[in-house]
Design a protein. Structure first.
Length: 368
């Protein structure tokens, strides 16, 4: 497979026919926006508009720029245009017995690969298979000067521009218009089993810590206040041995993990402010009032609470992490406020990629 060099502009057209027209339309829209100093709101499937600060600017639709460019199943790499529906990519991978290891949430049928990378959100498998940014091998981005820039490649050993590619994961479209992305994929496990136990919070916390210390084929652990659920994934013998050794109280359907991933559980059906706390998995239960749901073996803790943002963020920081107002509430800054040094770094990166501040301005922070 050919690898690509990092950071150089490429004037070659990316596609033929209708796709070339879509690409040329992108060039025209971005050029006009820069000249008029008008912001653009990059729109894929509109499944994550609730996340981050409110979008502003003229919509720049990406779904027409769609299609799988290259898929090397033997190399565990897929390259796609970023308007491609997530469901379409997952179906193609499944046909080859493969998957996106970070188990991205869908939040609706229209989600796109570009939205997956831009939001940087991962599902229950994240601690065991890596995050979105760990899977990004290379990207093609359009800058605010309508230049087509390529970073990274299609193989892990090609490190040129690799860190730049990873910057796009979770940037919420603020660094440029994602055109293409190459992702590392993973084999589907031979077998999976979801085991459950009825325990209290202290018992769930202790058992999660103990399970993480052993070489079980873990792929998910969650606790909803009543049931500790653990998913084992891998070779049939390893999954069977885990089941026999752990003696679960019940074996459950895999639907729990899909509903947790896509926030279809009853816990998420509420108008209360929803916080996501990313903390050390071994951290003790936090002294914040509200209703909790633990994911990622305790490293991700969802919280429904009317408590103050200051108190919630202070608790997360004391537990070695940070808190994001994922949905609802009246906070102007859903993401953790940046210290002065981090703010200056973010602004410098933004100015390099988008000196005219036209791409998704203010989507993460006011003034960025």
């Amino acid at each position: 497979m050919n690898s690509s060099s990092g950071g150089s502009a490429n004037s070659a057209q990316p596609a033929h026919g209708d796709l070339k027209d879509v690409y040329d339309n992108f060039v025209g829209i971005v050029t006009k926006a820069r000249e008029a100093h008008d912001p653009l709101n990059i729109v894929g499937g509109s499944t994550k508009t609730f996340y981050g600060r409110d979008p502003v600017g003229k919509p720049l639709e990406t779904r027409a720029f769609s299609g799988i460019i290259d898929y090397e199943a033997s190399e565990l790499v897929v390259t796609v245009r970023t308007g491609t529906p997530l469901a379409e990519v997952e179906a193609v991978l499944a046909a080859e017995g493969q998957m996106l290891g970070f188990e991205p949430p869908h939040f609706g049928a229209r989600g796109t690969i570009g939205g997956v990378v831009a939001a940087g959100l991962s599902g229950p498998r994240r601690p065991y298979a890596g995050a979105v940014r760990d899977a990004v091998l290379g990207v093609v981005v359009m800058s605010s000067h309508a230049e087509r820039l390529r970073f990274g490649g299609q193989v892990m050993k090609n490190v040129a521009g690799y860190d730049v590619s990873r910057l796009m994961a979770g940037a919420m479209g603020t660094l440029g218009l994602l055109l293409e992305v190459s992702l590392r994929v993973a084999p589907q496990p031979h077998d999976e089993r979801t085991m459950s136990w009825q325990v209290d919070e202290a018992g769930a916390h202790q058992r999660m810590i103990e399970l993480a210390r052993h070489p079980w084929p873990l792929s998910a652990m969650s606790f909803d206040g009543e049931l500790l659920r653990v998913r084992m994934s891998g070779h049939r013998d390893a999954v069977h041995d885990a089941e026999v050794s752990l003696a679960p109280e019940a074996i459950e359907s895999a639907i729990h993990w899909h509903d947790l991933r896509d926030h279809k559980l009853a816990f998420f059906q509420s108008s209360e402010p929803l916080w996501r706390l990313s903390i050390l998995p071994a951290a003790a239960p936090l002294p914040v009032a509200g209703t909790w749901l633990w994911d990622w073996g305790g490293a991700c803790r969802w919280l429904k609470s009317a408590d103050s943002a200051q108190r919630i963020r202070a608790a997360a920081q004391a537990a070695g992490g940070h808190a994001t107002l994922f949905r609802g509430g009246a906070e102007d800054s859903p993401f953790t406020p940046l210290d002065p040094v981090s703010w200056r770094l973010h602004r410098r990166i933004k100015k390099i990629f988008d000196p005219d501040d036209i791409f998704n301005p203010g989507r993460m922070y006011a003034g960025f």
